[in-house]
Write a protein that binds this ligand. Sequence first.
Ligand SMILES: [Zn+2]
Length: 378
Amino acid sequence: MDVPQFMSLTFDDNVNEVIFPVIQNLTSGLAFNPNGCPLSATFYVSTLYTDYQMIQGLFNRGHEIAVHTMNHVSQPSQGEILGAYRALNAFAGIPKSKLKGFRTPFLAFSYQTYQHLSDSNLFLYDSSMSVNYKSAPIWPYTLDHGPATECTTGSCPANFSMKGLWSVPMYTLDNTDGTLNAAMDPNAKRGNSDLKENLLSTLKFNFLARYNSTRVPMGLYLHAAASLTVKDRTDAYVEFINWTLSFPDVYWVNNQQLISWIQNPTNIKDSLTNPALDCIMPPVSENNVEICDGVDNNNDGKIDEGLASACYYPSVQLSLNVNFEIILNFRHALAVRHCIPTFPIQFHSHLTMRRNSFRTKDVQIAVFGILQKELVLL
Ligand SMILES: [Zn+2]
């Protein structure tokens, strides 16, 4: 079939210092797509416990950032969805034009979830519906005529139409004997002895089933915290991704890129220059100036020096009785937003991450209160 094989790598939930190293392990040292661009993953980010400087770092590296509610709740309210959206824009500086995707926590969506997405007019797609690849090998599609398959998670009444909103299915994977494995975190419950070899052969089996027939996209939908803390797992994923990239027509793309390609599909040869698959590079600062992004932009060994007060977001009244360090960190997170319009984001291949995520739930919730209050003003 003369179309590329598309692959997606997605991560769900909060991003902080606990899981950031495992994400780095998995996403560094990977081969490139046939057009020379690096893999772009999609991160569905929930607000609670997230370190927004790390989100900005992931965005700077060309990954897609998407919404996964504020408090990781099933059947989320509109506030849960829009609050998380605004936080990504306000605290990580992700442009609204780049925030287009949503995934429901626990994949527990309802008709109202889609209604919220549609009403907001902010989202291009949802990726919460798991689809059995074998019985329904379908490509991402718009919900103009409702879901194309039965819903195996969430509640999914027939006959609903969300015009223009795309559904990017979460395709299930099978075991090598043809029985169902999972859509998310494959082989999650397996023991350690043969974990790597078993996971690798499962992934290769599923890849070849698509590559040699339908070319329907395949995904690795992972929870970094659950799926990557065992080294054998990470090793298996890295080896698998690099193995697939030895094929001349395999692209690992984020979900926005996948939709863009479907809107302007090209054959294998022309896909090498299809703009939908172009490398994602944020604008680079001309003068190597330090910006508020938790990165040592000017390579002087200091992170964001001289910017903590200059970038302070003045409308926030910080009167919490909490550790001063935490306040500083929160102020810093706010500062990120303030800096973005003035300074272009600088791309760095060697990000130095600040270890400053909020450490306890109480503090996070206290800060969260301010955050939610502020967000309604944005
Ligand atoms: Zn989740």
